[in-house]
Design a protein around this ligand. Structure first.
Ligand SMILES: Cc1cc2nc3c(=O)[nH]c(=O)nc-3n(C[C@H](O)[C@H](O)[C@H](O)COP(=O)(O)OP(=O)(O)OC[C@H]3O[C@@H](n4cnc5c(N)ncnc54)[C@H](O)[C@@H]3O)c2cc1C
Length: 435
């Protein structure tokens, strides 16, 4: 995804853009080896969708024509979080649900049609070609036509497996430091035929953890072809193995039996796929003292997030949009502005990284969390509980998690007073004698 979006932006500035992809162009319905995460639920957040629509006018209509389903993020979602079922009503904040493969296909086909853009499939990038005076002058490739592709600017969009640190070392640069947030998470997913019985009740069933007590999630999410993508996951080692019996057992052990009920009745259409990840990783470009002109990184190559928060694709879009902004203002990543542009691209994903990191640390022991973070966790847990019943807080939370507003929205007086009022009301309610 990041490669297509970068190509889309660069095509406005450069005469020709080549997208180098290690595998062959996928045929219809073919699983892609380079993107194994596509076998799991992929939600494109609202900000990400807005950017994709701006980059490729008609993108959303094309998704819908190919079977993506629009869902109001409150009215159409049956969601349990912090042990509470959320109230549901029309917010007008809608997301499109489909498979990751479909999102990538539409973005890829739109990018392939751009003037000046060409795709080199079956071509693997294996290193950088160094030019004079500490600049990159191309990329070394293996595959059908091994050799060197000369370029004014090389963009690494090779995802979480990026070898940029090694490549930089090979041409005499010290790679920037990295930050990690261990979370040892795993997903297991299976595709089912959508069962008509549930159609009128909800479009998405979402069971989120009650942290730090529980670390598991489960989601039934619509994808094209009248199917459901069902994903179960958890962190700190608490996730299912990619085996049918483990999948069903894990679903049964979730705090609500609803998801298990759904998959017990629906017809499975695929085997169970698994995915494991050690945790979040982010390159800290602000600590970089040197950086070659003519080289940029984008997408998962810069940072990989805990997928619980559905941020990765939107982050790719926000970074590409930041690159577009810098280029429009005349910055030259192929020359003196290389590090400044790289920092601006990475800065676009800083809010997402901070939010994901903060949530991941919620599962750490008290002693490992500074007092400020513990206070933030206390407050945001109460905000999430308030969002189950308070429509204003729920709407503000949706706008923040979809990157339509900044996190400050939930921290101001007006939000804090509502969150605390909801918390007091819940506490009084729980003390009322049961009849
Ligand atoms: C289980 C799981 C669930 C997720 N769910 C969501 C979600 O709900 N919402 C969301 O927004 N994000 C989600 N994400 C994150 C999302 O998948 C990533 O953020 C996104 O794929 C990043 O895109 P990318 O283009 O940077 O990298 P990738 O999608 O990994 O693409 C990298 C591409 O580079 C190619 N490549 C790699 N190395 C080379 C090389 N040397 N030469 C040539 N080509 C190469 C690969 O073949 C591939 O095509 C999830 C991630 C996981 C693991």
């Amino acid at each position: 995804m990041a490669g297509c979006l970068a190509a889309r932006v660069l095509a406005d500035r450069f005469e020709s853009v080549t997208v180098v992809e290690q595998y062959e162009r996928p045929g219809p319905g073919e699983r892609r080896r380079g993107v194994p995460q596509e076998n799991h639920v992929h939600l494109l957040l609202v900000r990400g969708r807005e950017i994709l629509e701006a980059f490729y006018p008609g993108f959303v209509a094309e998704l819908e024509a190919l079977g993506a389903c629009s869902a109001d993020l409150s009215a159409d979602i049956r969601c349990q979080h912090y042990g509470l079922w959320k109230d549901r009503w029309e917010t007008g904040i809608c997301a499109h649900y489909c498979s990751r493969a479909l999102l990538d296909r539409v973005a890829r086909e739109r990018t392939e049609r751009l003037a000046g853009v060409r795709f080199a499939y079956g071509t693997k990038a294996v290193g950088l070609a160094a030019g004079a005076e500490g600049r990159v002058r191309g990329v070394r490739v293996a595959g059908a036509r091994p050799g060197e592709l000369e370029a004014e600017l090389v963009v690494d969009a090779s995802g979480g497996g990026s070898r940029a640190a090694k490549w930089l070392n090979e041409i005499g640069f010290r790679a920037p430091s990295i930050e990690t947030v261990p979370s040892r998470l795993g997903y297991a997913s299976r595709i089912y035929r959508r069962h008509p019985e549930f159609a009128g009740r909800w479009k998405v069933l979402l069971l989120l953890p009650d942290p730090p007590k529980t670390r598991r999630l489960g989601v039934v999410s619509p994808i094209e072809g009248d199917r459901w993508m069902v994903t179960l996951g958890g962190c700190h080692g608490d996730y299912p193995a990619p085996r049918t019996e483990d999948f069903l057992r894990f679903a049964k052990e979730l705090p609500s039996g609803e998801l298990h009920d759904v998959i017990s009745r629906a017809e499975p259409l695929s085997p169970v796929s698994g995915y494991g990840m050690r945790g979040g990783v982010r390159i800290r470009f602000e600590h970089a003292s040197e950086w070659p002109a003519g080289f940029l990184m984008i997408g998962d190559a810069i940072s990989r997030f805990n997928p619980f928060y559905s941020q990765g694709l939107t982050v790719c879009a926000m970074e590409a949009d930041a690159l577009r902004g810098r280029l429009e203002r005349g910055a030259d990543p192929a020359g003196a502005d290389a590090l400044a542009v790289q920092r601006a691209v990475a800065a676009a994903s800083e809010p997402a990284w901070n939010a994901a990191k903060s949530e991941d640390l919620r599962f750490s022991a008290d002693g490992a969390r500074p007092i400020r973070l513990r206070l933030l966790h206390w407050y945001t847990a109460h905000a999430a509980r308030a969002a189950a019943v308070d429509r204003e807080i729920a709407t503000r939370s949706l706008r923040v998690t979809n990157f339509l507003d900044g996190a400050d929205t939930l921290l101001g007086f007006s939000s804090a007073s509502r969150v605390l009022a909801a918390s007091v009301a819940r506490s009084l309610e729980s003390r009322r004698p049961q009849t």
